[in-house]
Design a protein around this ligand. Structure first.
Ligand code: ATP
Ligand code: MG
Ligand code: ZN
Length: 294
């Protein structure tokens, strides 16, 4: 966070300059207080205003609402960029590389092979990543479900890879690992507090719950998951879910109330493709001594 200070100071200075408080109104005038001069703005042609930012200094500068609005907009944008950077740093510290790990870092849309039963999900996932800015507005997510090994986690990881590449911080976690991560904060020598982990999971622009329903949860697990889904639902923040289960299976595994919120906000996409893991296994040499099969 060492680099943040100068940026913060610069922003405070900008704000002081452009968000003039009520007292500062007296230091605005359309004619120059000493020379009586009037001037129009060279950008928009409106009558400019003479402003003294420091009372009693006798220094008057010509300004215009258009310049002030532009500066305020630039300030807003700089703040948004900075906030995204802070959030990315925080998520990186708490969850490491969005938790993709080496296998899923390689799972991109480019690395995807077209397979029967998976084309629709591929299109949905790619479209989802492409339109993510709109999904941040409407909070809509995606549930990818289907049998083992047919590319659900690959597509969820491809979304994360694409978004992280565009500077959007994401968290990708299997549900069991996520619950373990929260539980680990209960230990006395935990590096992060439960509060910190939960708020990061609630605030991340995208949360991927990989392999939902893979484990039967304790009451604590179910209520923690419900808390996360509900908080994100309230803040209209999107969730992408992958699961081997269909809706009723998911309800039984992670709880009706969490699934009810997910159904409302997510597009459900089934992958009916066969297991790619098994396809790869069939092509592999049977022993390390054999060469690749023809
Ligand atoms: N269409 C595909 N093109 C390229 N690679 C694929 C494709 N489908 C799956 N894979 C690869 O196959 C492996 C298994 O896929 P993945 O982990 O996404 O399966 P899954 O549907 O999440 O399985 P599970 O339900 O067991 O979690 C991964 O290494 C993934 O990259
Ligand atoms: Mg998976
Ligand atoms: Zn102007």
């Amino acid at each position: 966070m060492g680099q943040a200070e100068p940026v913060r100071e610069a922003m405070a200075h900008l704000r002081a300059l452009f968000e003039l408080g009520p007292g500062a109104q007296a230091n605005r005038t359309s004619t120059h207080p000493s020379t009586g001069e009037t001037k129009t703005c060279e950008h928009c042609g409106a009558p400019g205003e003479w402003v003294s930012y420091r009372e009693g200094s006798g220094v008057w500068e010509l300004t215009c609402r258009c310049a002030e609005e532009k500066a305020a907009e630039e300030d807003r944008q700089a703040r948004a960029v900075q906030e995204a950077r802070w959030q990315a740093e925080k998520l990186e510290r708490l969850f490491e590389q969005s938790n993709l790990g080496p296998r899923f870092l390689a799972c991109t849309f480019d690395a995807w092979r077209d397979r029967p039963g998976a084309a629709g999900a591929f299109r949905s996932a790619r479209q989802y990543a492409e339109s993510f800015e709109a999904r941040q507005e409407d909070g809509r997510g995606l549930i990818l479900f289907g049998d083992a090994g047919n590319g659900k986690s690959h597509l969820a990881a491809a979304i994360v890879n694409e978004l992280v590449g565009r500077g959007v911080p994401c968290v990708f976690q299997t549900v069991p690992a996520l619950l373990r991560r929260v539980r680990a904060t209960f230990s006395r020598d935990s590096d992060a507090s439960e509060e910190e982990i939960l708020s990061a999971l609630v605030e991340a622009p995208l949360l991927v719950l990989d392999d939902a329903g893979a484990e039967k949860h304790t009451e604590w697990g179910e209520s923690t998951l419900y808390y996360l889904v509900d908080e994100r639902y309230r803040h209209q923040l999107p969730v992408v879910v992958t699961s081997n289960l269909n809706l009723s299976g998911l309800e039984a595994a992670i709880g009706f109330r969490a699934v009810d919120r997910l159904i409302e906000t997510c597009e459900m996409v089934e992958i009916t493709a066969t297991s790619y893991r098994q396809e790869l296994a069939r092509k592999r040499p049977r022993t390390y001594a054999e060469g690749p099969r023809a």
